[in-house]
Design a protein. Structure first.
Length: 689
């Protein structure tokens, strides 16, 4: 999309790293002449290098402290007539009202209210005279929903927000706009500081603290400063850690740290692992059943939500030999092999578990590669060296693997095109250019998009409690048009959750709800809603494009009389609290393909994120109990019954199976994207012959 700002001059304050640098990079990509600002010339030069190496015009740099009058004057002297101003600055110290001195308040007001206000005051008259100006203040989500420890930050930034609204009432007539961006928690130096502070306060490791912070966010991860292009890859773990079980590109399993595994007896309530002998972790300690047990115990306390949930279902772990472990479950779980191919199965060295504070910077796994800390620059470049102690040297195809953190898909594509990188995750808008440049584009259906009818028993919106109404909402949607208009060839229309080829996807259910607005109206009339009803539809771009989908749904539903109020939360925390707080009777969602058992458990268990109204369907719960204890062949039929129930009873309004896109040069082979393994694992990449 051409934003029409090529050639404009943009000043981005506090832009040597984090959100400021991400904004500066995005503006450079749009063709702006960018000025970076910061307090140290070395950091600014490094930031300018990072932008230039991705193919964009090298920005100017202004070394100045915005918190002083002299510093602001220096900024204005160096950049007297910007067309675009991005105000940004470090936030004040967290704490409670009794903690902040008069000096703390004055410093907060100076940095986060007066500094940007004085720049606005200086630049707005010239912008109005020239007939163009765009000002964006990067503040904080705390302005709208302050936490108990961020009162100082919220107060001073709220002042800036109010002043900006006041100024814009006059300036907008001259095409000068002022907007405020209220970001949630991003993986920047600020959040590193917050994690270190929590670590000292609570007596936990910094990685544990960051994980706790991440759990407050709907996506369960800190945001990427580069924007909406973060991908759920496990590339860092995949290189440095070996899983208990490898997930192969075709979706099948292969030995990892475990050479054999499987359920014992009937009912999926006991699981045995036999470990590989002679395995050494990168810190020199050896693999043992006792060490794996210790890892699981650690994961149950300090791991992410998925790891902890798995371990909480362990009734006991018995070390039955130096390399054998027997796990007894509290409840049947047929998905342990898949789980052990994911983060719950990435075993950490028992030695490192004794000093977990180091894990954030020094991985301690038994993978094919070892992080080279000396050559690694945090958040920019991560260098991995081949692990000479890996048990199968024939599988190690590279002496070094370098992971570069680039601002977005466009910059990543530029790096591959110029030979600075060999592989990247792509996006639909870059795929055509990549193919034209002679690069290989591989895609596969790995995600599904749908509207979740949270209130399908009619607690808030009575109409949703009628199956005919829910079916009408499905018939009213032109899935083909939505896919064509928003996703092009990188999606296919779908009437069900999961993607084609997945266990639980039912081919006979394709086109179950063809576009038929007349039938939709008939169903509404039969249900007692001939004039439609009003529905609030939540949407938030956890992944780009979901708010566009919401608007498309609203347009189609309006044709059958359903007035749809699309509501877009202001932040990820607002999104999460709105969903869990039952503010949305329905919402646009997207989810990656996983085994059917795990998806249904997450979608249908009362109290889970995708079931905030706590609805329990007796038929679904009965089928899930049967599936939990069933053999794979029997479970397959049960999963199809579950899918049929979801579709026939219109629990959801699915609209598409969506692609993941990867782009790489001629030097690679072994790259695949499949429903069973949606994230290509770099350990399977090899040099092309």
């Amino acid at each position: 999309m051409d934003l029409g700002i090529a050639g404009k001059t943009a000043l981005v304050c506090a832009s040597s790293r984090g959100l400021g640098l991400a904004c500066a990079t995005a503006l450079a990509r749009e063709g702006c002449h960018v000025y970076l600002n910061g307090r140290t010339s070395e950091a600014l030069r490094a930031a300018a290098d990072q932008i230039e190496v991705t193919g964009w015009k090298r920005p100017g740099i202004i070394v100045a402290d915005l918190n002083t009058e002299e510093g602001r004057a220096a900024v204005v002297d160096a950049c007297p007539e910007p067309d675009i101003l991005v105000n940004n600055n470090a936030g004040p110290e967290p704490g409670k009202i009794e903690d902040w001195s008069r000096q703390d308040w004055l410093a907060g007001v100076e940095a986060n209210m007066l500094a940007p206000i004085f720049l606005i005051k200086t630049y707005v008259p010239g912008m109005r005279q020239r007939g163009f100006g765009r000002i964006v203040n990067i503040t904080s989500a705390m302005v709208k929903s302050p936490s108990a420890t961020m009162g100082l930050s919220a107060a001073v930034r709220a002042g800036l927000t109010a002043l900006s609204k006041s100024v814009q009432r006059d300036s907008v007539v001259d095409n000068v706009t002022i907007n405020n961006m209220l970001p949630e928690r991003f993986d920047t130096d600020r959040q590193q500081y917050m994690a270190e502070r929590m670590s000292k306060r609570d007596g936990i490791s910094v990685p544990e603290a960051k994980q706790r912070i991440a759990q407050t966010i709907a996506a369960k991860r800190l945001g990427n400063p580069a924007g909406g292009n973060i991908d759920p890859l496990l590339i860092f773990e995949e290189l440095a850690y070996a899983p208990l079980i490898y997930l192969k590109p075709d979706g099948s399993f292969a030995p990892g740290l475990a050479t054999t595994w499987g359920y014992v007896g009937q009912g999926n309530r006991a699981f045995d692992l036999t470990l590989r002998s002679g395995v050494k972790f990168s810190d020199g300690s050896g693999l043992s059943a006792a060490g794996v047990k210790s890892y699981f115990e650690y994961a149950g306390k300090a791991g992410g939500q998925e790891e902890a949930a798995r371990v909480m279902n362990f009734a006991s772990m018995d070390v039955t030999g130096p390399l054998s472990l027997h796990i007894t479950l509290k409840r049947p779980d047929p998905s342990l092999p898949y789980a052990f191919s994911q983060p719950p199965g990435y075993v950490i060295s028992p030695k490192a578990l004794q000093s977990p504070n180091s894990l954030g910077t020094t991985p301690a796994g038994a993978g094919q590669y070892v992080l080279n800390a000396a050559k690694t620059v945090s958040k920019q470049t991560y260098v991995y060296d081949a692990n000479p102690g890996y048990w199968d040297q024939s599988a190690v195809h590279w002496k070094h693997v370098v992971v570069k953190v680039l601002p977005d898909a466009s910059a990543a594509l530029a790096a591959v095109r110029t030979g600075q990188a060999d592989y990247t995750i792509g996006a639909a808008k870059e795929a055509g250019a990549a193919a034209s440049a002679g690069l290989t584009v591989v895609s596969g259906r790995t995600n599904f998009g749908f509207v979740d009818l949270f209130d399908r028993t009619g607690t808030v919106v009575k109409a949703l409690g009628d199956i005919r109404v829910r079916q009408a909402l499905n018939y009213a949607i032109d899935r083909k048009a939505i896919v064509s208009g928003l996703y092009g060839t990188y999606a296919t229309p779908s009437d069900q959750i999961l993607v084609p080829g997945a266990d639980g996807y039912v081919t006979s259910l394709e086109s179950y709800y063809p576009y038929n607005p007349a039938k939709a109206k008939q169903l509404l009339t039969a249900a007692g809603y001939p004039n439609g009803f009003t529905l609030t539809l939540g949407a938030y771009n956890i992944v780009p494009g979901l708010t566009d989908v919401a608007q498309a749904f609203a347009s189609y539903w309006s044709k059958i009389g359903v007035k749809t109020i699309v509501t877009v939360p202001i932040s990820t925390s607002d999104w999460a609290s709105s969903v869990t707080g039952k503010k949305f009777p329905a919402a646009v969602m997207q989810y990656n393909n996983q085994p059917m058992y795990g998806i249904v458990k997450f979608f249908q268990t009362p109290g889970e994120f995708f079931n905030p109204f706590g609805i329990s369907d007796a038929a679904v719960q009965q089928l899930m109990q049967e599936a939990a204890a069933a053999s794979p062949s029997v479970a397959h039929g049960i999963y199809e019954q579950l899918q049929q129930r979801f579709v026939a009873n219109a629990f959801y309004v699915p609209f598409a199976s969506l692609d993941k896109i990867v782009i790489f040069g001629k030097g690679l082979r072994g790259v695949a994207v499949t429903p069973g393994a949606p994230n290509p694992n770099p350990v399977y990449f090899s040099p092309a012959p």
